[in-house]
Structure formats: C-alpha cells, structure tokens
Ligand binder design. Structure first.
Ligand code: A3P
Length: 295
C-alpha cells in the first residue's frame, strides 16, 4: 500500500484553464519568455502519445543514423522537455539554453500555452497524437510509476478525470483540436501513433522528408531497427531507467509498457467504454480528425 504519495490538488492546479503540474508553472516566466531559434525543431504531444518514440526517431535523423551517438545520453537530456521543472532535479529551459543549435525541443503544451517565440521564429513543429482510449490507459500506468504523482483510486475514476480534463496538460480533446488548427500551417506536421504502428517505414520517410534530408534505404533501415519497441525497451537511454529513482518506480510498471494499439480493450469495462465514447462524440463533433483505436 503506497502511503507517501501526495494528494491530487497538492500537485496539480489550474493554469489558464489547463490543469498543470504546479512545479512546472511556478517559474512560468522562464517558459513564456523562452527564446526559440529559427532552426529549433519542436516535438509536441499530449502525454503518453509516443513522444519518446518519435523523439528517438528524430534524433536518429539528426545524427544521420549513428546509434552510438544516440546512446551517449538519455533521451530527456538529448531532447529536453521545455516546461519540465523539478527544482534542482530537472530544468528543461536551462538544459535548452545550454544546447548548441540545431536543437530538438520536446513539449506537451497545448497550442495556447506555447511560448510565442516558436511562432515568431517560424520553427518547424511535429505534432504526434494517439487515440484517446489508449492514451488514458498509458497515462493511468504513468501515474502509478511517477513517485510524485498521486495514485488514481481506480481506473474508472482516472478515466472520469481524463474526460473532465482534470489530468496534467488538461483536456486531450482541446489539445488535439488546438494543434489540429495549427497544422494548417505547412511548418506543422500532424502525425498519428497508429500510423506509425501500421507502417513505420512510411512514417519515418515522411519525417525525414519533412526535415529536408535524404531518406536513403540504409538510414531508414537503421532508424527502424534502433527505434523498435523491443530495442527501446532494452535501451537505458530510452526506457527511463536513467531518470532518478526518486522520481520514477519502474518496478511498478515499465515506462516502455506494451507499445500497442488497442490495449484499452483490456481495461475498459463495457459500460465505461460506452460512456467514454458518447462523451467523445460530443467533445469531437466539430473536429474532422479521425482516430483509429484498432488496426
Ligand atoms: P504504452 O503505455 O501504451 O505501452 P510517451 O513517450 O509520450 O510518454 O508515450 C509512452 C507510450 O509510447 C507508451 O505506451 C510506450 O510503450 C509507447 N512507446 C514508446 N516507444 C515505443 C515504440 N518504439 N514503439 C511503440 N510504442 C512505443
């Protein structure tokens, strides 16, 4: 029985209508005034949508398929998380300021909270999304392993919170819709986790072309091999085992958990699935983005 975990609203609080980790918003001025560089590449996801996967792929593209270079440090040091802040343990802004160009920046922010300089500098942006039911399952396990996150009372209670937008980074629905609007800009590439699962070669080529590099068969092969679920699960630089133990408990569940489409089927009781889908239709009725929850 876990007793040392904090209460929900001790950790999270409303920030401009978005539930956020209070440690991340405590020094918000640093985030808001962040100075993007024109050659920064921004990777945006709602949590648990495959950000680690796509980050590793993009880093492999930047490093021209050099696996050894990608194994020089943990993914969260190679591609810092912009807003991530935990007093002295992690400071995304500081990490980014110290990085040489071209930088790859990760964020989970909804479009309205993104620092203005990314738009002013016309940076390229990759937005990766994943179907809501698999996100909620993955997020539930993430709550269990993060030592400074409260434990959900049950899966159903967590799903209710998710539907209300009462999870960090707020409403998944608003997040997807806000970034879909932005993807009308050709500097923004909108991608789906399910497409990557369906045909990784096609999606890797798409990414390489978006980054204006040569998608040689050799490079694509190397990327696919190095970023497979099993490789990343066994790689300390991508499986989060390099995160301080004070932050994460990988004995409860691995970070690289299943990596599949449709795990929601093992978690949603029928009545909850129905409720979720009805609510989903309401939330997404004006949004043309269609997600696949099975392949
Ligand atoms: P599951 O919990 O469903 O397994 P993020 O990196 O945004 O936190 O997303 C984590 C999710 O992406 C986890 O989902 C994880 O297993 C999955 N993932 C990470 N790397 C992957 C890969 N190479 N292939 C497929 N899924 C991957």
């Amino acid at each position: 029985m876990e007793t040392s975990k904090p209460e929900y609203y001790e950790v999270f609080g409303d920030f401009h209508g978005v539930l956020m980790d209070k440690r991340f918003t405590k020094y918000w001025e640093d985030v808001e005034t962040f100075s993007a560089r024109p050659d920064d590449l921004l990777i945006v996801t709602y949590p648990k949508s495959g950000s680690t996967w796509i980050s590793e792929i993009v880093d492999m593209i930047y490093k021209e398929g050099d696996v050894e270079k990608c194994k020089e440090d943990a993914i969260f040091n190679r591609i810092p998380d912009l807003e991530c802040r935990n007093e002295d343990l992690i400071n995304g802004i500081k990490q980014l300021k110290e990085k040489e160009s071209p930088r790859i920046v990760k964020t989970h922010l909804p479009a309205k909270l993104l620092p203005a300089s990314f738009w002013e500098k016309n940076c390229k942006i990759i937005y990766l999304c994943r179907n809501a039911k698999d996100v909620v399952v993955s997020y539930y396990y993430f709550f269990l392993i993060m030592k400074n996150y409260p434990n959900p009372k049950s899966f159903s209670e967590f799903v209710e919170k998710f539907m209300e937008g009462q999870v960090p980074y707020g409403s998944w629905y608003d997040h997807v819709k806000s970034w879909w609007q932005k993807s009308k800009n050709s500097r923004v590439l909108f991608m789906f986790y399910e497409d990557m699962k369906e045909d990784i070669r096609r999606e890797v080529v798409k990414l390489i072309e978006f980054l204006e590099r040569d998608p040689s068969a050799e490079l694509v092969d190397r990327i696919i091999q190095h970023t497979s679920f099993q490789e990343m699960k066994n790689n300390p630089c991508t499986n989060y085992s390099m995160l301080p133990e004070i932050m994460i408990d990988l004995k409860v569940s691995p970070f690289m958990r299943k990596g599949i489409v449709g795990d929601w089927k093992n978690h949603f009781p029928e009545a909850l699935r129905e409720r979720f889908e009805e609510h989903y239709q309401q939330q997404m009725k004006d949004c043309p983005v269609k997600f696949r929850a099975e392949l």
